[in-house]
Design a protein around this ligand. Structure first.
Ligand SMILES: Nc1ncnc2c1ncn2[C@@H]1O[C@H](COP(=O)(O)OP(=O)(O)OP(=O)(O)O)[C@@H](O)[C@H]1O
Length: 262
């Protein structure tokens, strides 16, 4: 059995409109964070939602050898978590209840008592620095606080596949770094596969093990940051001229020179 996430010939869209075209990726191994980047409307969310079972798709997606599209809802809830771009409003729960409910819906098999589950839910809040918000109604949170609560909710079940749609878009600089660090630690510790849609390429280069660049539904580059993020990719994906340089520690620096006329 091949461990990790394999995607072959995946196509997804809405009705007769195809958004993601025949997409294949080398196996995404456990323990890694994969950033999915690309311009607006490239199909990133559509791809992610199809992996989460929320948008119909054809082709193959296998998680540890199992057909992801054929998992029962319970099995999927145990193995896959999806954090959407924006949380619905009108959630009549406080932050703790929201996370606890997510955990209770598909608890890890080793957790039997409610006390254990409550402890785990609270520790997920603390990990994201929002333990003090436990009793706040979800609906009263700021955009950034909602995103942190949503991250706690997505990780609390310890899924093998964690799908995050723009998890840091509402976070301040310090919380972006904290969130990405926790997500990467999570991938390493739980041997999980994390796929995160990110618009901030510096964040992607700094925290992702590999980057997939999607443009108009096609994968145009995939690999370690220095392989995927090149002047050519940036031109193709975003229509910008940029220099990409690695500093002494090997970190990529993207220097945008000018924007091409459209
Ligand atoms: N529910 C839907 N029904 C019909 N078309 C949709 C739906 N959701 C998205 N689309 C269309 O699919 C295309 C890709 O959208 P998608 O949200 O996957 O892109 P994205 O790369 O995630 O974009 P962004 O970076 O702007 O969030 C867009 O043209 C969009 O209008």
């Amino acid at each position: 059995m091949m461990e990790g996430l394999e995607i072959r010939g995946l196509e997804a869209g809405y009705g007769s409109r195809r958004i993601v075209n025949n997409l294949s990726l080398p196996c995404l191994p456990p323990g890694e964070v994969i950033a999915l980047v690309g311009p607006n409307a490239a199909g990133k969310s559509t791809l992610m939602r199809s992996l989460a079972g929320l948008t119909p798709a054809q082709g193959e997606a296998r998680l540890d050898g199992d057909n992801l599209f054929a998992l029962s809802p319970t099995e999927r809830a145990k193995r896959v978590s999806f954090m959407p771009q924006s949380l619905p409003s009108g959630i009549a729960l406080n932050v703790f209840e929201g996370v606890f409910t997510a955990l209770k819906a598909a608890p890890p098999s080793r957790m039997v008592s409610n006390t254990q589950l409550r402890r785990r839910a609270f520790s997920a809040l603390e990990q994201f620095g929002i333990g003090d918000l436990a009793l706040h109604p979800f609906d009263n949170l700021s955009g950034g606080q909602r995103q942190l609560a949503s991250l706690a909710q997505a990780t609390v079940r310890e899924p093998r596949l964690l799908l995050l749609d723009e998890p840091t878009s509402a976070l301040d600089l310090a919380h972006q770094i904290r969130a990405m660090r926790l997500v990467r630690e999570y991938a390493r510790r739980r041997e999980a596969i994390v796929v995160a849609i990110l618009h901030d390429l510096s964040l992607a280069c700094r925290w992702a093990d590999r980057i997939a660049v999607l443009t108009k539904g096609d994968l145009i580059a995939f690999g370690q940051p220095e392989v995927a993020i090149t002047p050519q990719t940036l031109r193709l994906a975003y229509g910008i001229e940029a220099r990409v340089e690695a500093d002494d520690s090997g970190r990529l620096r993207i220097d945008i020179e000018n924007v091409l006329p459209t």
